[in-house]
Design a protein around this ligand. Structure first.
Ligand code: GLP
Length: 244
């Protein structure tokens, strides 16, 4: 779906999320959301916060699982995705902190595998992700699944591509401070979500959007692997759609 700008696209997706949350509330069910970070979903989260304030949208039945986190990083560091989520969403809505899950960038390296397996188990225990929100890297990464990530990949520690470190350097005071590693949900975890919405704004994403949607399915462009899923929507603005 192509919208004139990122605000209209973000509003439409916020309305879909709100409808899902309210529908689950009526049925007295939990709503399991898979959440993303980066600059792309900021307007979406701002809209959800507005709906909480002005339209009584409650997050009491929401359980959230974030895709990824830098490694190593302290939860309180400005650039951590833990802090990002609090700043942009969780501190402003009524979600129960017990229902928030974000990969832990502070865990000892030897414990990452066990922690990743436990994270996957928690997702399965609540019946899987109802709606997964994704952004996309210019190299086609989803979460931090860099090109070459297997369609079968699970949650794991991954080395960031240099292009990703350069793209995200603006969040840090210098390139040297950008972590070289991250913990990410794998492609297979993402593909298990019942519904997936990928967001992309701006001309810098136009090429990779075209490759992901129109070209072959290849592990070289991780987002192209989404073509194998039954319920995926790319929500983009006009600029991100110019190559289609
Ligand atoms: C980040 C995140 C991804 C995100 C992507 C694009 O580093 N790990 O989940 O989708 O890269 O970032 P942005 O939205 O800032 O363009």
């Amino acid at each position: 779906r192509i919208y004139p700008d990122l605000y209209q696209g973000s509003q439409a997706v916020a309305q879909e999320i709100a409808a899902l949350i309210r529908d689950k509330q009526k049925k007295k069910q939990k709503c399991v959301l898979g959440l993303a970070t980066g600059s792309t979903p900021k307007a979406l989260y701002a809209e959800l916060v507005r709906m909480h304030r002005e339209e009584k949208l409650s997050f009491k039945n929401v359980i959230s699982f974030n895709l990824d986190e830098y490694y190593p990083i302290s939860k309180n560091e400005r650039q951590s995705y833990n802090r990002f989520m609090k700043y942009h969403l969780f501190d402003h809505v009524d979600i129960d902190p017990k229902n928030i899950h974000i990969p832990d960038g502070e865990v000892a390296k030897d414990d990452i595998k066990a922690q990743a397996a436990a994270y996957e188990k928690k997702i399965a225990a609540v019946g899987g992700i109802d709606l997964q929100i994704l952004g996309i890297g210019k190299n086609g990464h989803i979460g931090f699944n860099e090109p070459g990530s297997s369609v079968l990949s699970k949650m794991r520690l991954i080395a960031l591509d240099n292009s990703t470190r350069i793209a995200n350097a603006y969040e840090f005071s210098s390139m040297a401070e950008v972590p070289r590693l991250a913990i990410t949900m794998g492609i297979s975890n993402i593909l298990q979500a019942k519904k997936i919405v990928l967001l992309a704004w701006g001309g810098s994403k136009a090429k990779v959007i075209q490759q992901s949607v129109e070209e072959d399915v290849t592990e070289r462009i991780p987002a192209s692997l989404l073509q194998n899923h039954d319920d995926v929507t790319f929500v983009i603005d006009e600029s991100a759609g110019v190559e289609l």
